[in-house]
Design a protein around this ligand. Structure first.
Ligand SMILES: NC(=O)C1=CN([C@@H]2O[C@H](COP(=O)(O)OP(=O)(O)OC[C@H]3O[C@@H](n4cnc5c(N)ncnc54)[C@H](OP(=O)(O)O)[C@@H]3O)[C@@H](O)[C@H]2O)C=CC1
Ligand SMILES: CC(=O)N[C@@H](CCC(=O)OP(=O)(O)O)C(=O)O
Length: 342
């Protein structure tokens, strides 16, 4: 049995980790910890976690997190490093936060404004060589949900040199669960229902450096992106439309062939059949990413669209996929459920 603990269990990412892990017969659910809600019952926060409703939420302390094979950190940005430092060397630590994602301390300081904690192997197995890195690590930095979506949308085109990563434009509607569970006025039903609103506009979103870091890993020498997230009234999901200038003329058929070749054998990324375009409801609650691609000939640009569930492949599912690799288990274990629709 793999004994796991979840720090930040009352939040959205913590809840999704437990939804996916509680049904596994090779996993024992150990300590569940948080901060202000310590002493409460898990069911008060996650009534959908039927088999765990009466579990007590503990304080996030070294003592409570000791003695586990895997500790998931689902804490706000900046809180992970301190907790990680208290864990034993033999523990696999999977951080859902941003603390250890970026390689550049300057990028971290610019976008997060605090000292850089360091860099851990990045939990996106679909990047070149990343499965091997994850198979030999005990520390995993789970990617942000937009970087996962946008990177997987463009990866085959970057790798095949169809686009060079310069002048990429991405617009991505997302649901409010991406912002976590803490109360914020702009996430109130009255503000959100029936409205779509852009935020983080003008290159200031903290996922920009993470996306560019991924593009460089895919072969882009000097990538640039204009990224605009859009908040829409659906609880989960991201639909990213990503466009980039072609390096030379190309047909949609050739683009699709490059994508089909790149994603063949990937367990969780699916190029949809011709004529089908990704939709968020088809991947809800699943670890799958749906992708489609076309060439806009008059604009000379490739258009790639990807959909995923920000809490599943965008956080908890991706975290467990990487944990499986780090523990030497089949990568897809516990993650093959299809989407819930309608
Ligand atoms: N939501 C998403 O789609 C995604 C989230 N992530 C990342 O996952 C992490 C968690 O996000 P999310 O679940 O959405 O956030 P939430 O706000 O929903 O949950 C945060 C959790 O952390 C606990 N907590 C807060 N401060 C501390 C602290 N100092 N020590 C211990 N526990 C603390 C909270 O407990 P309490 O309520 O008791 O205070 C709560 O359980 C973040 O880093 C986020 O960026 C990554 C990708 C996508
Ligand atoms: C709606 C909303 O606010 N979404 C979040 C998504 C962040 C996320 O999920 O990733 P991190 O782990 O990097 O926080 C945002 O745009 O910041």
């Amino acid at each position: 049995m793999i004994k796991i603990a979840v720090a930040g269990c009352t939040g959205y990412a913590g809840g999704e980790l437990l939804r996916l892990l509680a049904v596994r017969d090779d996993v024992e659910i150990g300590a569940l910890t948080a901060k202000s809600s310590a002493g409460t019952m898990l069911g008060q926060h996650h009534q959908h976690l039927t088999t765990l409703l009466e579990r007590e939420v503990l304080d996030t302390t070294a003592e409570n997190l000791a003695g586990h094979d895997v500790v998931f950190l689902a804490l706000p940005h900046g809180a992970s490093a301190e907790v990680a430092a208290t864990l034993g060397d033999d523990t696999v630590v999977v951080d859902a936060g941003a603390d250890f994602r970026l390689e550049s301390a300057a990028d971290w300081a610019h976008f997060y404004g605090t000292p850089h904690a360091g860099t851990w192997p990045y939990g996106l197995p679909e990047l070149p060589g990343q499965r091997e890195r994850l198979a030999s690590t005990r520390c995993i930095a789970v990617p942000g949900c937009f970087p996962t979506t946008i990177t997987l949308a463009l990866a085959p085109a970057l790798q095949a040199g169809l686009v060079d990563g310069h002048d990429v434009v991405a617009v991505a509607p997302t649901g409010p669960s991406g912002a976590g569970k803490a109360l914020k006025p702009h996430l109130l039903g009255a503000e959100l229902m029936g409205s779509a609103s852009a935020y983080g506009v003008g290159g200031v979103h903290r996922h920009v450096p993470e996306i560019l870091q991924n593009f460089r890993k895919l072969g882009a020498a000097a990538p640039s992106i204009s990224f605009t997230p859009v908040l829409v009234p659906m609880s989960r999901g991201i639909l990213a439309t990503v466009t980039a200038p072609l390096t030379s003329p190309l047909s949609t058929r050739d683009a699709r062939e490059a994508y089909a070749a790149a994603w063949e054998g990937e367990p969780f990324v699916r190029l949809l059949p011709e004529g089908l375009w990704p939709q968020t409801q088809s991947v809800l609650g699943s670890n799958y990413v749906h992708v489609q691609v076309a060439v806009d000939e008059q604009a000379g640009r490739l258009v790639a669209v990807a959909a995923l569930d920000n809490l599943t492949k965008g956080t908890a599912g991706g975290a467990i996929q990487s944990m499986n690799l780090a523990l030497g288990l089949p990568e897809t274990l516990g993650l093959t459920t299809m989407g819930v629709a309608p």
